[in-house]
Design a protein around this ligand. Sequence first.
Ligand SMILES: [Zn+2]
Ligand SMILES: [Zn+2]
Length: 366
Amino acid sequence: MTLAAVLERAPGSLSLLDLALEKPGPHEVLVRMGAAGVCQSDLSVLRGKLPNPLPVVLGHEGAGTVEAVGSEVTSVQPGDRVVVAWLAQCGECFFCKNGQPSLCQVASTAMAGCTLLDGTTRFSRAGEPVYHMAGVGAFARHCIVAERAAIKIPDTIAFAPAALLGCAVVTGYGAAVNAGRVRAGESVAVIGCGGVGLNAIQGARLAGAGPIIAVDVNEQRLELAERVGATTCLVPSDTMVKQVRAATDGYGVDLAIEAVGRTETIREAVRLARRGGRVVLVGAGPETARLDVPAFTGLVVPEKSVTGSFYGSADLSADVARLVELYQSGALVLDDLVSKVFPLAEINDAVSYAASGEGTRTVIEF
Ligand SMILES: [Zn+2]
Ligand SMILES: [Zn+2]
């Protein structure tokens, strides 16, 4: 048995329920959760805006300690500290072999179905399955994930900052570094400075890019953007495109990253990119968000390219290891991104706080 925050109806609120938890399968790992972050997509499921099988244990960004492993598991052992990832990249499918592991066929199916890789759940209640949000279900004292979704980290890293590595950090950093292929000396604009956008800024800074222009409606987030590497901070306005051009010798930025997921901000990102520039869309917006730009005069003539990026286009075990090194060397800021910590018992308060748009990352500590 374990205690978990379950969504039974959407839109709705979370109920703390005792769930039966099976033993980990041969290629699975039982993790005692240490911390879990509240992500925008958890809120979307809660509000009924992102279709999801129910009932479901929410949470897909976390870190904890391995408590038990299946018979075939070799990469981790009980006592190891791990980040849990929401794609258990298989390493063997067409996409993994093609160098696009964030599109892993095997992992994507489980993620979308909110199950483990075999299509079934390990949580249940009165004999009925309870699903794992994005194949994880991190708002629980214990969760079971595929071996490849449990990425070993050093014991010296605290759970709260480590939890962010499971989604927001890798998504933002990877949008800049993997999908955006940002290089030293390039100019970058990031629209939306939440958990993902701030880490896109960090990715740009770590690659030696500059100027780095942060755009957000919230002054507090812009302060944090500056703290993690933005050289110019802007509140969206009619003169924004002019201001960005002024900061880039009149050209516009080499790379624009959209981390909001709204039609208007996507259009703005395309406008901020220079002729020949690149645009990366990473925002998890509603179904109604559109890429709405004039094709010929907006993209063809100015030769702008627009790319989508999912989960930081990351090779998770390699990228998480790299991010851990950067954090330990002091180059990657994580602690300051945790704006407020709640116990599991106050999960609905944590969700309301996260939904209020205040702060950057709300974290549940166990
Ligand atoms: Zn997430
Ligand atoms: Zn694969």
